[in-house]
Design a protein around this ligand. Structure first.
Ligand SMILES: [Ca+2]
Length: 342
C-alpha cells in the first residue's frame, strides 16, 4: 500500500520536475552534495518500498531510454559561494561531454534553418539591468538557427531512435502533445536533441541577434509595443491571474508552431516573442548556476515581450513553457543532410 502510494507521488513529482526524480547525480567538483539524498528519503519514508536505491523502479524507462550517462545527470548546486568559484567552466565541460554520449555524428539539415550573417549586433538594454544583458554592440559570427521552435514531431524522431527521453506530458494542457506543437523540454533534453540533430543550442547572444535583427529593435516586429494579439502569450484564454482579457490569441497554452506570422524577427524566425521560451547555451554567472531561456511564452504577460528580456531557471522548474530552437555553425556552406530520419 505504502509502496503504491509512494510510486504515485513519485510519478507526480517526476511529471512536474523530472530532474528531481533522477537517481544518479552529477556532483560539481568542490560543491558539497546534498545531505539528504533521494535514496535516504526513500528509505526513511517508505521502508516497504523496494528498488529505490538500486534505481530499478516500475516507472523508470529502461529499454526505451537513451544512454544512462546522458540522461541521469542531475545538476546540484550546494555549498557556499566561495567553493563555486571555478566550477562554471568545468561543469559546462562535463555537461557537454556527458550529454554527447552515444550520439552518432550527423550533418545538420539546414532546410528549415535561417542563416544569420556575421556582423555587429545590438545586445541588452540600458534601463533594466536586472532583466537584460549589459548593453553592448557585439560582433557575432555567422550561424544558422531554426526558423521554428522544435516540434513534438521533430523531437519524437530522436525518441524513436532511443536517443532522447520522451518529452514530459502535461495532461492539463490540451494540444500540447500534438505533433505540430512545440516540444516541452528540460534544458538537458533540449541540448541532447540539438546535438542529435547535428546542431547545438544557440548562445544567448546569437538568439538575441536573431530575434532583434541588425537594428536591435525592441520587439521581433519592430520598436512598437503590440496593440493586437500578434503572439501566443497569456491572453484571454490563459488561466493565469495575469491573463489579459483584451488579448485573444486563441490559445490557453501552446499553439502549433508558426501560427502567428507577425511574431516574426527581421531574419524570419517565428514565435520569437511567444509560444514557448527557448533554452540557450549560455550559463548564468555565479553565485547560482542557472540555465537561461529566452523569449516569452503562453505563460508570459503581454507587457514582457521585449526581445532583450531574459530569465534564468533552475533545472526542473516550470517546464511546461520551455522548448528550444537549435543553431548550427555558419562557417562555410552546409550541405543538406540525407542522414536525418524522416
Ligand atoms: Ca518562442
Amino acid at each position: 500500500m505504502a509502496g503504491t502510494l509512494f510510486t504515485k507521488v513519485r510519478e507526480i513529482i517526476s511529471a512536474i520536475s523530472p530532474e528531481r526524480s533522477s537517481v544518479t547525480k552529477y556532483v560539481v567538483p568542490g560543491i558539497r552534495p546534498p545531505r539528504v539524498t533521494l535514496c535516504a528519503f526513500v528509505v526513511l519514508s517508505f521502508i516497504g518500498w523496494s528498488g529505490g536505491c538500486s534505481g530499478k523502479t516500475s516507472n523508470r524507462p529502461s529499454l526505451d531510454a537513451p544512454p544512462k550517462a546522458a540522461i541521469d545527470m542531475t545538476i546540484q548546486v550546494y555549498g557556499p559561494v566561495e567553493s563555486q568559484r571555478d566550477w562554471t567552466n568545468s561543469l559546462r565541460e562535463k555537461l557537454i561531454s556527458d550529454i554527447r554520449s552515444g550520439i552518432t555524428e550527423r550533418k545538420p539539415d539546414t532546410s528549415d534553418m535561417i542563416k544569420i550573417p556575421a556582423g555587429k549586433a545590438i545586445i541588452g538594454c540600458e534601463d533594466s539591468p536586472d532583466a537584460c544583458l549589459p548593453f553592448q554592440t557585439r560582433n557575432i559570427g555567422a550561424f544558422y538557427i531554426d526558423r521554428d521552435e522544435v516540434t513534438n514531431a521533430e523531437y519524437n524522431r530522436c525518441v524513436a531512435e532511443k536517443q532522447c527521453l520522451p518529452p514530459t506530458n502535461f495532461p492539463h494542457m490540451p494540444g500540447s502533445s500534438e505533433p505540430d506543437h512545440p516540444a516541452l523540454l528540460t534544458f538537458k533534453q533540449a541540448e541532447r536533441y540539438c546535438l542529435w540533430a547535428g546542431k547545438r543550442l544557440p548562445t544567448e547572444y546569437e538568439w538575441e541577434k536573431a530575434a532583434r535583427g541588425k537594428d536591435g529593435r525592441l520587439y521581433p516586429w519592430g520598436n512598437d509595443a503590440p496593440l493586437k494579439p500578434v503572439a501566443n502569450v497569456c491572453g484571454a484564454e490563459c488561466t493565469m491571474n495575469w491573463a489579459d482579457p483584451t488579448w485573444s490569441d486563441g490559445y490557453a497554452y501552446t499553439a502549433p508552431v508558426g501560427r502567428f506570422p507577425e511574431d516574426r524577427s527581421p531574419y524570419g524566425l517565428l514565435d520569437v516573442a511567444g509560444n514557448v521560451k527557448e533554452w540557450v547555451a549560455s550559463v548564468a554567472p555565479l553565485p547560482q548556476y542557472h540555465f537561461i531561456a529566452r523569449g516569452g511564452s503562453w505563460y508570459t504577460k503581454r507587457e514582457q515581450l521585449r526581445a532583450w528580456e531574459r530569465q534564468e531557471w533552475r533545472q526542473g522548474i516550470r517546464l511546461d513553457d520551455k522548448g528550444v530552437r537549435c543553431a548550427a555553425d555558419g562557417r562555410g556552406p552546409i550541405k543538406k543532410s540525407a542522414t536525418r530520419p524522416r
